[in-house]
Design a protein around this ligand. Structure first.
Ligand code: C2E
Ligand code: MG
Ligand code: MG
Length: 727
C-alpha cells in the first residue's frame, strides 16, 4: 500500500477544505473501499511511474500466478505482456504500447500475459486494461493509473466462436472463408520476396452419384473420410480447406517444383481413390486435381484461383482421376467443353433417328479382335465407340465418354451402342463373342438389365455371345443394388468382364463377390513390362495366376511389339488384344474377314517396344553465350530433345532452351549434324498431367525480362537457318 500512496501523491491537493471528513478518517475509508474492490476480484489497480515501470499492482491480480506482486514492482509495464499464439509474430500489446508511448488514455485494451509471468504450464491469461495518464499542475506526465480485469474466459469463448466460423463443421478443415483469407495473406506476404506458392483445387469425381445412390448421410461420411486422408497425405506441407460441396483447396507455401507437385498430386489421387467402407457398402470415388503456381500463373488470389480452377476443369474433362498444371492454353477449355456437349447432343440425336443409314451419322462402332495366342485364332471382338465430327475430325472416347457421363447422355448413348453392337454381331458368319464397354453410370441405372434384355431380344443375339465390360467403379453404388444388377445380368445369360484391371482401386474382395468370367489386364502394365520396370511383368503374371485360380479367363490389352508379346505369353497370357494383331476394324472389314473358314491373324509389328517419343513442331529459343537463336523443337522426351535450325554447334556445347512460359532448361549437345542437334537435359522434364512434359521450375517474368536485355546485344556464333515443316 506504500507504493500506492507514492503513486497517488497529488490526491490530497484536490480536496476542497471544509467539505470532507477529517483527513485520516477519509483516507482510511477510501483504502478499505479500495481493498474491498481488489478482493472482490471484479477489478484490480495498477500504476506506473513516468518511465513506464510498474509502481503498483493489486496483489490479487498476481495470486493466480503465484507471483508476489512485489516481484513485479519496478519492472517495465510492457514486459508483463507477450505475443498472441493465434497471431505469432504479432505482440498482443502493440496497441497498448502505442497508447502508453503517446501518453494517451487506454480504454479496455485486451492483452495476453507473457507466458513467463503466468508460470510454467499455466493456462494463458488475458486482461482488459484501462488507464489514464496522470499530469501534474505543470502538465508534466507522472505515469499511469489504471484498472485491469481478467477476461480470459470471455476471450477464449470469442476465439472458439471465431474458430467455428473459420472451420468446416463437417470435416474440421478450414472453411471457404478461412482458406480464401489464407491464400490472400500468403500471396500478399510472398509478393516481391521471390517466394512461390502452389494452389491445388480438388474435386471428387461422381460424388453426386454417391449422394444419389447411398443418401446424404453416407455422402457426408465419405467427405469426412476423404478429408482425413487428405490431411494424412498433405501433413504440414500446406493447409487444406473445404471450398464447398465436394471441392477442396490446398495451399502449399514455398512449393513450385512441378516434379514434386506432380508426385504429391499422384499420391493424393491414389490414396483418395482407395475404397471406403461406409455402413455396409464399399464406396469408391475418384478425384481430379488442378494446380496453379504463384507468381508464375498469377500473383493475386483471384488470378491463382481462376488458373487452378481452369486446370481442375481440364483435369476433370481430360478423363478424370488426373492432375493438371495450369497453362495458358487452358483458357478456352471451358468454352470448348460447352461446344463439345452441344455437338455430342446433336450427334446422339442424329444417330437415334438414323435407323439403318449408318453412313450418314457421326457416331459409330469399330471392332478390335481378341486373339488366342497359341494358334492366332480370333475368338471375339471388343466394340469401341468412334466419333467423327464433320469439322473437328475424330474425337476419342476418352474425351467424349466422360462428357456423356457428366450430362447423363451416356444412358442413351450406351443403349444405342448395345443395340448396334448386338445387331452387327448377329450379322457375322462366325458366332464369335462381342464385348461392349458399360459405364458405371449405365450399370447403376435400375433399368440396365432391361436395356440389355431388350437389345438381345431385338437382335436375336445369343446371350452367351455378349460380354459386358465393366470397370471397378461399378462397385461405388449401393452394395445391394449392385448385387441385384449382377444377378439380373447373370440370369440373362450374358458374360461379364472386369476391364482395366489393376488400375485405380483393384480390390480382391470384388473378385470374390462378383460373378466375372474374365479379367482384362490394363494396357499400362504391358506398356512398361519390357522396360526396366520389372514390377509390371510380375503384376501381369500375378493377375493371370489369380484369374486362373478363380476360374476366370484373362485378356492382355495393348500388346504392340513382339518383345511384349513374348513376355506376356511367358507369363501365361492366352488371349491378347492389341495393335500387334489388329487395330479396331470397321464392321464392313469384319464381315469381309468372316468369309474365310477360320479367322486367324498373324501378328505383325515392331520387334521391340519403344517408349513414346513425342513428335512436336514448336518454335523455341536457344540461348548460348549471351545470344538468343530461334529454332524448332522436333522431338521431345523427358531426358532429351531434337532441335532443328542451328548449324555448327559442337557436341558438348552447353545451351539454355527457352521452352516458353518461363521454362528455361539447361542442356548439353550430344549430337550435331547439319542443322539438327540432339540435346540432353541437365534435369529431366516432368509430366504436366496431360501427357505433356514441362520443366520442374520456371523463371519469373522479371528474371526473363532481365535475361532478354542481356542476350539481345551479343553477336551470334552459330548459323541460324529456316526450317519448314515436312509433309
Ligand atoms: P478400353 O475398354 O480399355 O479399350 C481399349 C482401348 O485400348 C481402346 O481405346 C483401344 O483402341 C486401345 N488399344 C487396343 N490395343 C491397343 C494397343 O496395342 N496399343 C494402344 N496404344 N492402344 C490399344 P479407345 O477405343 O480409344 O477407347 C478408350 C476407352 O474408352 C476404352 O478403354 C473404354 O473405356 C472407353 N470406351 C470406348 N468405347 C466405349 C463405349 O462404347 N462405351 C463406353 N462406356 N466406353 C467406351
Ligand atoms: Mg474395354
Ligand atoms: Mg481396358
Amino acid at each position: 500500500m506504500k507504493n500506492l500512496l507514492k503513486a497517488w501523491p497529488n490526491d490530497r491537493r484536490d480536496r476542497r477544505a471544509g467539505h470532507e471528513p477529517p483527513l485520516a478518517e477519509d483516507a482510511a475509508r477510501r483504502l478499505a473501499l479500495f481493498a474491498d474492490i481488489e478482493r472482490s476480484l471484479s477489478g484490480w489497480f495498477w500504476a506506473t511511474d513516468p518511465a513506464g515501470c510498474l509502481s503498483y499492482i493489486s496483489p490479487a491480480a498476481c495470486e493466480r500466478f503465484s507471483i508476489p506482486s512485489q516481484a513485479l514492482i519496478g519492472q517495465p509495464f510492457s514486459s508483463l505482456f507477450g505475443t498472441d499464439p493465434d497471431n505469432p509474430g504479432e505482440r498482443s500489446d502493440r496497441p497498448l504500447q502505442f497508447q502508453i508511448g503517446a501518453h494517451a488514455r487506454v480504454n479496455d485494451v485486451i492483452v495476453r500475459l507473457a507466458p513467463a509471468r503466468c508460470g510454467v504450464g499455466a493456462r494463458p491469461a488475458w486482461w482488459a486494461l484501462s488507464g489514464t495518464p496522470k499530469l501534474d499542475e505543470t502538465g508534466a506526465f507522472g505515469g499511469y493509473r489504471g484498472t485491469a480485469r481478467d477476461v480470459t474466459q470471455e476471450y477464449e469463448r470469442r476465439i472458439e466462436d471465431s474458430r467455428l466460423a473459420e472451420f468446416d463443421s463437417l470435416t474440421g478443415l478450414a472453411n471457404r472463408h478461412r482458406i480464401t483469407r489464407r491464400i490472400e495473406q500468403t500471396l500478399a506476404a510472398f509478393k516481391g520476396r521471390q517466394r512461390a506458392a502452389t494452389l491445388m483445387m480438388l474435386d471428387l469425381d461422381r460424388f453426386k452419384h454417391v449422394n444419389d445412390t447411398l443418401g446424404h448421410p453416407a455422402g457426408d461420411e465419405l467427405l469426412r473420410q476423404v478429408s482425413q486422408r487428405l490431411l494424412k497425405v498433405v501433413g504440414d506441407h500446406g493447409e487444406i480447406g473445404r471450398h464447398g460441396g465436394d471441392e477442396f483447396q490446398i495451399l502449399l507455401p514455398d512449393q513450385e517444383d512441378r516434379g514434386k507437385l506432380g508426385e504429391l498430386a499422384n499420391k493424393i489421387i491414389a490414396i483418395v481413390s482407395q475404397p471406403y467402407r461406409i455402413d455396409d457398402n464399399h464406396v469408391v470415388i475418384g478425384i481430379s486435381l488442378g494446380m496453379a503456381i504463384a507468381p508464375y500463373d498469377g500473383a493475386e488470389r483471384e488470378g491463382i484461383v481462376r488458373a487452378a480452377d481452369l486446370a481442375l476443369y481440364a483435369a476433370k474433362h481430360g478423363g478424370r482421376g488426373q492432375f493438371r498444371f495450369y497453362s495458358v492454353d487452358l483458357k478456352d477449355e471451358k468454352e470448348e467443353r460447352h461446344l463439345l456437349e452441344e455437338a455430342l447432343r446433336e450427334a446422339i440425336a442424329a444417330v437415334e433417328t438414323a435407323e439403318d443409314d449408318w453412313d450418314r451419322t457421326q457416331l459409330g462402332l469399330v471392332y478390335q479382335p481378341v486373339v488366342r495366342t497359341d494358334d492366332h485364332t480370333v475368338v471375339g471382338f471388343e466394340a469401341l465407340m468412334r466419333w467423327e465430327h464433320p469439322q473437328r475430325g475424330a474425337i476419342g472416347p476418352a474425351v467424349f465418354i466422360p462428357v456423356a457421363e457428366d450430362t447423363g447422355m451416356i444412358l442413351q448413348l450406351g443403349a444405342w451402342a448395345l443395340r448396334r453392337a448386338c445387331a452387327d454381331a448377329a450379322a457375322w458368319a462366325h458366332p464369335l463373342r462381342i464385348a461392349i464397354n458399360v459405364s458405371a453410370i449405365q450399370f447403376a441405372h435400375p433399368d440396365f438389365p432391361g436395356v440389355v434384355a431388350d437389345a438381345l431380344a431385338e437382335t436375336g443375339l445369343d446371350p452367351d455371345r455378349l460380354e459386358l465390360e465393366l470397370t471397378e467403379s461399378v462397385f461405388m453404388g449401393e452394395a445391394e443394388a449392385t448385387d441385384n444388377a449382377f444377378k439380373a445380368l447373370k440370369q440373362l445369360g450374358v458374360r461379364l468382364a472386369l476391364d482395366d484391371f489393376g488400375t485405380g482401386y483393384s480390390s480382391l474382395s470384388y473378385l470374390r463377390a462378383a460373378p466375372f468370367d474374365k479379367l482384362k489386364v490394363d494396357r499400362s502394365f504391358v506398356d512398361s513390362c519390357t522396360l526396366s520396370d520389372q514390377n509390371s511383368a510380375k503384376i501381369i503374371a500375378a493377375i493371370i495366376g489369380l484369374a486362373d485360380a478363380l476360374g476366370m479367363e484373362t485378356t492382355v490389352e495393348g500388346v504392340e511389339a513382339f518383345d511384349q508379346h513374348d513376355l506376356v505369353c511367358a507369363k501365361g497370357a492366352r488371349f491378347i488384344q492389341g495393335f500387334l494383331y489388329s487395330p479396331p476394324l470397321e464392321q464392313a472389314v469384319v464381315l469381309a474377314q468372316m468369309q474365310s473358314e477360320a479367322l486367324r491373324i498373324q501378328p505383325h509389328g515392331p520387334q521391340r517396344h519403344r517408349p513414346e517419343r513425342r513428335s512436336v513442331f514448336r518454335r523455341i529459343g536457344v540461348i548460348h553465350a549471351d545470344h538468343r537463336y530461334e529454332a524448332l523443337l522436333r522431338n521431345l522426351s523427358a531426358t532429351g530433345a531434337r532441335i532443328e535450325g542451328l548449324v555448327g554447334v559442337p557436341v558438348g556445347t552447353g545451351l539454355v532452351l527457352d521452352l516458353g512460359a518461363g521454362q528455361l532448361a539447361v542442356v548439353t549437345v550430344s549430337r550435331s549434324e547439319d542443322a539438327v542437334i540432339g540435346v540432353e537435359f541437365e534435369t529431366p522434364l516432368v509430366s504436366d498431367g496431360a501427357g505433356g512434359l514441362v520443366t520442374r521450375h520456371r523463371a519469373s517474368a522479371y528474371a526473363l525480362a532481365a535475361a532478354a536485355r542481356m542476350v539481345s546485344a551479343s553477336t551470334p556464333q552459330f548459323l541460324e537457318v529456316e526450317v519448314r515443316k515436312r509433309a
